[in-house]
Design a protein. Structure first.
Length: 390
């Protein structure tokens, strides 16, 4: 059964027994006879949130369909959330373009628009935050490449830089010098990636205009990439020949991993790979467990770069890996929902974990297998969860 029809079932459940709605915990209403099974490793008072700039986490136990509603979708950024007047808004195309256009929202809306379901996570999302920096939504906008065509990209351009309206103070270090600068948020992709059919300049989420925190009036959506690529409050697209090495491209967002040798950091054979944060690494996680009669139903999701999946499996305690069922409503760039039906559970504490494998043979690593990564971004490790059955 798809989660969409499942949601309908849930709605009927609410109508029949409104009291079952768990308003206090914020968890979605349960179908009649369904019981939420709490994770015993999940603090009862966990209020996902964070310090610093306003952010909103998404409690993945509350997934109720393929898309997360606009008012629940996670929100994160480094600086302010600028309010932009959509009537005077202009998207500037600059640099190596033969037709340096400046487009209003009306100009963009006149072009051929398209819709795309994209799931993404912040590259800092991990078990520490119970994977709450992830969501999936249906975005509406124009293909980036159509806008680039209008601007007529010059023959030498190779890099496409996206600048947000938001600004922040940053220490920019050059050798022994530290410059205190106020900078725009910026990210880049290669022209080759920009000309693919998927990247979208989006103004709507689930059919409604983006809210200010979501990057209104216009943002980039890079399907299959980590959240940081999805530049919000987009003000300018700049084409250049050289690599862009801005703070959020080359320094704040990167992975440092030791490869080869004996596994020791200091071994002379160890190679240090320092890479940019681009496409999402294959991850699955169990989001919640519900009891129905004597059976337990797990629901989880997979995020990746859009490579087709070979399998999602679930392991209970030291048992074998068993195939989970992927939801037929999943799309290439959505998060991929899966369920696992567990019968014959015994009393006591149990450890549940999921693992995804894609068609190219990538297998989701264990936390142990990621040990040689020094930096915490791109933590796609398997996430063991605990429940107690009484
Ligand atoms: N302009 C701008 N865009 C930005 C950011 C930012 O700080 N400024 N943060 C990025 C990061 S780190 C993430 S994870 C995503 C979060 O997108 P969301 O708020 O829609 O969930 O926005 C990205 N886009
Ligand atoms: Mo992020």
């Amino acid at each position: 059964m798809s989660t969409i029809s499942r949601r309908e079932t849930l709605k009927q459940g609410i109508r029949l027994a409104g009291l079952l709605a768990m308003a206090d915990s914020g968890l979605p209403a349960l179908a009649q006879g369904e019981i939420e099974v709490p994770f015993s490793d999940y603090p009862a008072t966990f209020t996902p949130g964070g310090t610093g700039q306003p952010r909103r986490t998404f409690d993945i136990r509350t997934i109720d369909g393929l898309t997360v509603s606009r008012d629940k979708f996670f929100v994160l950024q480094h600086n302010n959330q600028p309010e932009i007047d959509s009537n005077t808004y202009r998207l500037k195309l600059s640099g190596m373009v033969n037709n340096p256009v400046s487009l209003s929202l009306a100009d963009l809306r006149k072009m051929r628009s398209t819709e795309l379901i994209a799931g993404y996570e912040c590259s800092g999302n991990s078990p520490r935050s119970f994977q709450s920096l992830s969501s999936c939504g249906r975005f509406t906008g124009v293909p980036l490449r159509d806008v680039l065509r209008q601007a007529v990209v010059g023959p030498r351009a190779r890099e496409v830089v996206f600048l947000g309206t938001d600004r922040g103070d940053a220490d920019v270090v050059f050798r022994q010098q530290t410059f205190k600068l106020n900078q725009q948020f910026g990210r880049s992709i290669t022209l080759e990636n920009a000309l693919k059919p998927e990247p979208l300049l989006a103004w709507a989420l689930n059919g409604e205009p983006l809210t200010v925190p979501q990057g209104a009036p216009l943002r980039l959506i890079m399907p299959g990439w980590y959240g940081v690529a999805n530049v919000k409050w987009l003000s300018e697209i700049h084409l250049q020949e050289d690599r862009y090495v801005g703070n959020y491209q080359a320094r704040w967002y990167r992975s440092l991993v030791g490869v080869g040798g004996t596994g020791e950091d200091a071994a002379p054979e160890t190679q240090w790979m320092e890479t940019e944060i681009t496409r999402m690494h294959l991850k699955s996680t169990i989001a919640r467990v519900r009891k129905m009669g004597s059976a337990y139903q797990m629901l989880g999701f997979v995020l990746n770069d859009g490579t087709p999946l070979k399998s999602v499996e679930v392991k209970i305690d030291d048992g074998p890996w068993q195939k989970a069922t992927l939801d037929p409503a999943n799309t290439r760039y959505s998060w991929k929902l899966f369920t696992f039906h567990w019968t014959g559970a015994t009393a006591g504490e149990h450890t549940l974990v999921s693992r995804a494998t894609d068609a190219e043979g990538n297998v989701q690593p264990t936390a142990d297998e990621l040990k040689r990564k020094k930096t915490f971004l791109e933590d796609n490790s398997q996430f063991p969860r605990k429940i107690i059955i009484s």
